[in-house]
Design a protein around this ligand. Structure first.
Ligand code: ARG
Length: 458
C-alpha cells in the first residue's frame, strides 16, 4: 500500500513491521477527535490564506462523510496505514483529491496525535466526573436512609468508637469529591492545544495556532512547540487520578466484603449483584466487590506502563509515545466500569440494622467516652486513660460492658465517678455526646448530609 513517505523509500515496509508498529487497532477510537481537529486545522489554513474557501468546504464535507462512514462501519481502517490519522487523511485524499492533499499543511502527526489525545482526555474527564457524582449520590441516599443508625467504628479493624453509619458513608463521599476536584484540576493542564506545533519546530508558513486552540475549546495554546509534541504528563496525571478513584473504590469494596461475611453480617448484598458457585450450592459470593478491589491492580499497572514508557525519552516526539494510548484507554474504561457498577451496588445493598446495633455493644467502644467523662471532672487525660483501662480489664474479665458495672465497681477506678456516668456510656450516649467539628454527632452528620443533599441533587 502507498505510504505518504514513498518518495524517500525504494522498498515496501516489511509486513512484520506493519503489524508491529500499527496503532490503528486501538487509536481508532480517536477518529471523532481527529476529524474535529482536522476541520479546525483546515479552517485555520483557510483563514490564513493557505487553502481556498472552496478547498475548505471540500475538506470539511469530506471529513464529515468519513466520520459517518467510520461510525457506520462502512469505512474500514487499514493496518498498513498505521494509525487513525493516516487512515483519515488517506480516505480524504481518495475522496476529494488535491484539496485533501493540502490538509497536512503545517501539521504533523506529532501535534495531531497530541491534540486528539487531549481532546479525548477532556471527554474522559467529563464522563468520569459524571460517574463519580452518581456514586456520591448513591452514598448520600444510603446515608439519608439510615440517618440515625449507629455502627461500630473501627481502627485496625478492631472496634474503636461508635459512629453514625451515615458518617462512615459520607467519608467516601468526601474521597470521591477530592477525586472530582483532582480531575477538574487535571483538566487545566489537559486543556491546552498542541496543534500548530507541527513536527517539533513550528513552521515557516503563516499559521495561527491560537485560533485553532480557541476553535477547539482549549483554554490555552502551547507556548513551546517542542514541549507541545513531546509532553504526555497530562496523560500520566489523568492515569494517576484514575488510580486514586480505583483505590478509593477498592477500600469501600474491601470494607463491604468484610461486612458481608457471616462473622460481621452488617450488609445484605442484593442477589442481582452476587454470583454463585459451580460446586458449592449454598454460596452467594460478592464477586463484584472483589473485582472492584481487584481492578485496582490493573490501574496501577497502567500508570506504571505510562510512566516507564516516557522515562528517559529525548526531545521531541519518539515512537515510544504511541505506547501511551492503550494503558490510558484501559485505565479510563476500567474506572468508568467500576464507577457504574459501584453506584448500583451501593443502591441495592441493604444494611442490617439489628446486627449493627448489636455489634455496638461489643468491644467497650465507650471507653474513650468514659475517659472524657473523667477529663470533665478535672482528671488529666493520661490518668483517666489508665483508670478506664483498668475498668475495661475488669469488665472484660466478667464478659460485661462498661455500663454494666455498678457505680461502686466504677468508683474503684476513680472516686470522681458519679451517678451521671451512665449518661456517658453506651453507643447511643457516646454518639449523642460527640460535639466537635466534623464529628459523628447527629448534629454534625446532619449538617454534612444536608450539605451533600444540596450539592448533589437527585
Ligand atoms: N501513531 C502515532 C502515535 O500514536 C502517531 C504519531 C506518529 N508520528 C511519527 N512521527 N511517527 O504516537
Amino acid at each position: 500500500m502507498k505510504k505518504p513517505w514513498d518518495g524517500r523509500f525504494e522498498k515496501d515496509t516489511n509486513e512484520l513491521v506493519e503489524q508491529f508498529s500499527e496503532s490503528v487497532s486501538f487509536d481508532k477510537r480517536l477518529y471523532k477527535h481527529d476529524i474535529r481537529a482536522g476541520v479546525a486545522h483546515a479552517e485555520m489554513l483557510a483563514r490564513c490564506g493557505l487553502i481556498s474557501e472552496s478547498e475548505l468546504v471540500q475538506i470539511r464535507e469530506g471529513l464529515r462523510d468519513i466520520e459517518k462512514e467510520i461510525e457506520s462501519g462502512e469505512l474500514e481502517l487499514q493496518v498498513p496505514l498505521e494509525d487513525v490519522h493516516m487512515n483519515v487523511e488517506a480516505a480524504l485524499i481518495a475522496r476529494i483529491g488535491d484539496a485533501g492533499r493540502k490538509l497536512h499543511t503545517a501539521r504533523s502527526r506529532n501535534d495531531q496525535v497530541a491534540c486528539d489525545l487531549r481532546l479525548w482526555c477532556r471527554d474522559a474527564i467529563r464522563d468520569c466526573t459524571a460517574l463519580l457524582t452518581n456514586v456520591q449520590r448513591a452514598l448520600v441516599e444510603k446515608a439519608e436512609e439510615h440517618r440515625e443508625l449507629i455502627a461500630p467504628g473501627f481502627t485496625h479493624l478492631q472496634h474503636a468508637q461508635p459512629v453514625l453509619l451515615a458518617h462512615a458513608l459520607l467519608a467516601y463521599v468526601e474521597m470521591l469529591e477530592r477525586d472530582r476536584q483532582r480531575l477538574a484540576d487535571c483538566l487545566v493542564r489537559v486543556n491546552v492545544s498542541p496543534l500548530g506545533a507541527c513536527a517539533l519546530a513550528g513552521t515557516s508558513l503563516p499559521t495561527d495556532p491560537q485560533s485553532t486552540a480557541r476553535e477547539l475549546g482549549f483554554d490555552a495554546c502551547f507556548a513551546n512547540s517542542m514541549d507541545a509534541v513531546s509532553d504526555r504528563d497530562f496523560a500520566v496525571e489523568l492515569a494517576f487520578d484514575l488510580c486514586l478513584i480505583a483505590m478509593h473504590l477498592s477500600r469501600l469494596a474491601e470494607e463491604w466484603l468484610i461486612w458481608s461475611t457471616p462473622e460481621f453480617d452488617f450488609v445484605d448484598l442484593d442477589e442481582s449483584f452476587c454470583t454463585g458457585s459451580s460446586i458449592m450450592p449454598q454460596k452467594k459470593n460478592a464477586d463484584v466487590l472483589e473485582l472492584l478491589r481487584g481492578k485496582c491492580g490493573r490501574l496501577y499497572g497502567d500508570l506504571m506502563a505510562l510512566l516507564t514508557a516516557l522515562k528517559g525519552l529525548p526531545l521531541a516526539y519518539n515512537r515510544d509515545m504511541q505506547e501511551d494510548k492503550e494503558p490510558l484507554f484501559n485505565a479510563a474504561d476500567t474506572v468508568q466500569a467500576c464507577l457504574s457498577v459501584a453506584a448500583e451496588l451501593v443502591r441495592t445493598t441493604a444494611f442490617k440494622e439489628e446486627n449493627l446495633t448489636r455489634a455496638c455493644s461489643e468491644g467497650h467502644m465507650d471507653a474513650t467516652a468514659l475517659a472524657e467523662y473523667l477529663v470533665g471532672r478535672g482528671v488529666p487525660f493520661r490518668e483517666a486513660h489508665e483508670a478506664v483501662g483498668r475498668a475495661v480489664r475488669a469488665a472484660a474479665a466478667d464478659g460485661a460492658g462498661l455500663a454494666e458495672l455498678s457505680l461502686e465497681q466504677m468508683r474503684e477506678f476513680s472516686e470522681l465517678i458519679a451517678e451521671d456516668v451512665y449518661r456517658a456510656l453506651g453507643a447511643q450516649n457516646c454518639v449523642e455526646n460527640y460535639r466537635s467539628h466534623g464529628s459523628s454527632s447527629p448534629a454534625e452528620v446532619g449538617r454534612q448530609l444536608d450539605y451533600w443533599k444540596e450539592r448533589l441533587p437527585r
